[in-house]
Each structure stands twice: as structure tokens, then as C-alpha cells.
Design a protein around this ligand. Structure first.
Ligand SMILES: [Zn+2]
Length: 162
């Protein structure tokens, strides 16, 4: 089976495309070669804190980072909890309202969260990019696609414990 890349418009074997179960055809419309180029472009956009570098760094220092995060959380439990609470209040998620909503829509929320994380929706990828200090203008659909690939790679690293 062959497919045409929307980037370079070359038609090539389907194995040369990045797999994505989200899309009905089961692949991203961009070929692996172009996806790689996009990752490099991302590196240029964010040279001081390269996402890929972070992944490598995390893989190498996983135990230390995880324990640091845990220690930070334990030491600052109150601050973290307060921050989360303030954040939800500030964003209009009134505690009572959200509780009521959660109770009424338990299944809906479960499915939504599951889908959001599993398929790595645009909103999910956008959120991850915003956390990496990308501005709204910098976040293009391409970048979102790249971010999706990065999240997938990260998950792969986690499950295969590389
Ligand atoms: Zn291509």
C-alpha cells in the first residue's frame, strides 16, 4: 500500500509513514523523513531547552529526577496543594460546581480523559507545548504534530524501559 505525504508530496510505501491510530487511515499524513525534519525545526525554535535533549536527559537521570520530584512534593505538599486549589478557583472551577459536574458526568469524563491522553488530542499537545513556553503564535499545527510524536516517543521509552 502506498501513500502520499502532504509535506513533500512524494508517494511512498505506507511503512515510511509515522503510525497514528487517531487518523482513520492509521497513519499520519506526513512521512517519517518529513517528521524528522519537523523535529529538527523544533530544535531550532527552542535551542536553549531542546525537547529532545530533555527526553535524553530524563532517560539518563530518571531515578534521580523522579526522586527529586517526589522529595519536592513531600517537602512542599502544602504549597503544591494550595497552588492547585488556587488555580482551579481562579479558573472558575468552583469546587461545588465541579463536584456536581463530575458526579453527573462520571462516565463522560472518564472517556474524555482516556481519549484525550491516549490519542494525544490537539488540546493535549498544545497544553504540553504551552508548558514548554511556546507562544500562541509559535504553536502551529505542524508543531502540534511534532509534539504528538514526542509524547508518543516518551511513552514508548517508558513502556519499553529503555
Ligand atoms: Zn514527506
Amino acid at each position: 500500500m502506498e501513500h502520499t505525504c502532504k509535506k513533500c508530496t512524494e508517494t511512498k510505501d505506507i511503512n515510511l509513514f509515522v503510525k497514528d491510530k487517531r487518523k482513520s487511515i492509521g497513519i499520519i499524513l506526513t512521512c517519517k523523513k518529513c517528521a524528522k525534519k519537523m523535529v529538527l525545526k523544533l530544535k531550532e525554535l527552542n535551542p536553549s531547552k531542546s525537547v529532545l535533549y530533555n527526553i535524553e536527559y530524563y532517560k539518563k537521570n530518571k531515578a534521580r529526577i523522579d526522586s527529586n520530584n517526589k522529595q519536592y512534593y513531600l517537602k512542599n505538599k502544602e504549597i503544591v496543594t494550595k497552588y492547585k486549589k488556587d488555580y482551579s478557583l481562579k479558573n472558575n472551577y468552583g469546587i461545588n460546581n465541579s463536584k456536581k459536574y463530575r458526579n453527573n458526568n462520571q462516565i463522560k469524563i472518564k472517556v474524555y480523559k482516556h481519549n484525550m491522553s491516549k490519542t494525544i488530542s490537539d488540546v493535549y499537545a498544545r497544553g504540553a507545548l504551552r508548558q514548554k513556553k511556546f507562544t500562541k503564535e509559535q504553536i502551529t499545527p505542524e508543531l502540534i504534530e511534532v509534539q504528538r510524536i514526542i509524547i508518543k516517543t516518551k511513552r514508548l521509552c517508558k513502556t519499553s524501559k529503555i
